[in-house]
Design a protein around this ligand. Structure first.
Ligand code: IMP
Ligand code: MG
Length: 339
């Protein structure tokens, strides 16, 4: 046992979603990773319910479970509080290998739980009403907490990928899903079964004192993939919002479903910033709202109408600065930009 292991960590930066997932975390993490400043990129929660889209040298890549570090040849850890479906994992590894990426940098914690076939069947049969991604996530975490699951260490197929559980240098943690899908914070039971907020990242095995920056990913409008009474079906009848779906390409990476789309709820965004400890907020898809030409958001549960993209950005900035004391940087990001 390496009893001093944690002390060799210089710092940990975290990127988390502040909304319901699909806030361009993949893009942010792969950009941060390409800086050459990180020794590890780690996923701390979830399984292949996540869908990350990454653009590299003009080419589009999609991953579900392997952290974005693989695109920069950085050791990429699937953490102990993740769940992994071996068949889907091997498919993804094959896809990455075919595209010239180094699979040797992919590592899995010995304690990562295995999604089994019956978990996927149970998810489809019992949890359809929650609009899950049908990847067996809830049944697998259920078995983990009932202490009858199977872990990566029990699974001979995965032996060559098992991580030695050491971290050092600079660590980047890659969130999956978003704040409002967290098992403790979201609109239960319309949540996922893991901790999507940075407190969960400590499960990777570093002391909380090592956390430096927390990058919070948001979008300039809200989207929800899957069922949630806070995003009623009637949103699909709103012409302006459906235009937003079309311009923004709001179709799920993992499920292919239309994401229910609504104007930004700034109260929820401020809450998520404060609870997650966000220091740097990145608000993406500004160009999509600009192209739509309608500048609305919810504040104090009322619709606020603004006249231009600049007015909208100023409104958001002013409210974040005055309500989120931990936030030091606000970045507005356009779809075609890096960050
Ligand atoms: P599960 O994680 O498959 O159990 O799905 C639970 C809920 O979380 C469903 O409403 C899903 O649509 C949603 N969800 C899970 N993962 C993601 C994600 O990566 N992006 C967006 N929504 C997600
Ligand atoms: Mg996604």
């Amino acid at each position: 046992m390496n009893i001093n292991g944690d002390l060799q960590i210089n710092k940990v930066d975290i990127c988390c979603g502040l909304s319901w997932g699909d806030e361009a975390k993949g893009k942010i993490v792969s950009n941060l990773a390409s800086s050459g400043n990180y020794d590890f990129v780690c996923r701390w929660a979830g399984g292949n319910n996540a869908g990350h889209t990454i653009y590299l040298n003009g080419k589009k890549y999609k991953t579900h479970i392997v952290p974005c570090g693989v695109f920069n040849n950085i050791t990429s850890i699937i953490g102990p509080d993740c769940v992994i479906h071996p068949e889907s994992f091997f498919k993804e590894v094959e896809y990455l290998r075919e595209n010239g990426f180094n699979e040797k940098c992919i590592k899995i914690s010995p304690n990562t739980h295995i999604v089994q076939h019956f978990h996927i069947n149970e998810d489809k049969e019992k949890y359809g009403y929650q609009g899950t991604t049908n990847n067996g996530i809830a049944p697998c975490y259920g078995d983990k907490y009932l202490r009858k699951g199977i872990r990566a260490i029990d699974c001979p197929d995965l032996s060559e990928y098992i991580w030695d559980e050491k971290l050092w240098g600079n660590v980047l943690c890659e969130g999956a899903q978003g704040f409002w899908l967290d098992i403790n914070y979201g609109n239960y039971p319309y949540v996922t079964s893991s901790t999507t907020v940075p407190y969960g990242a400590c499960s990777l095995g570093f002391p909380p004192q090592k956390i430096s920056k927390i990058y919070g990913a948001a979008k300039i409008y809200d989207t929800r993939s899957g069922t949630d009474p806070d995003f009623p079906e009637t949103l699909l009848e709103d012409r302006d919002l459906m235009k937003l779906v079309e311009i923004g390409g709001e179709i799920g990476t993992t499920t292919g479903r239309i994401r229910k789309t609504n104007w930004l709820n700034i109260d929820k965004l401020i809450f998520a910033c404060n609870k997650s400890g966000t220091t740097d907020i990145i608000i993406s898809k500004v160009d999509i709202i600009e192209e739509l030409g309608i500048f609305k958001l919810f504040h104090n549960e009322k619709i606020i109408n603004l006249n231009s993209i600049n007015e909208m950005k100023n409104y958001i900035t002013t409210n974040i600065i005055s309500n989120c004391p931990l936030v030091t940087t606000i970045i507005y990001s356009y779809s075609a930009e890096t960050i």
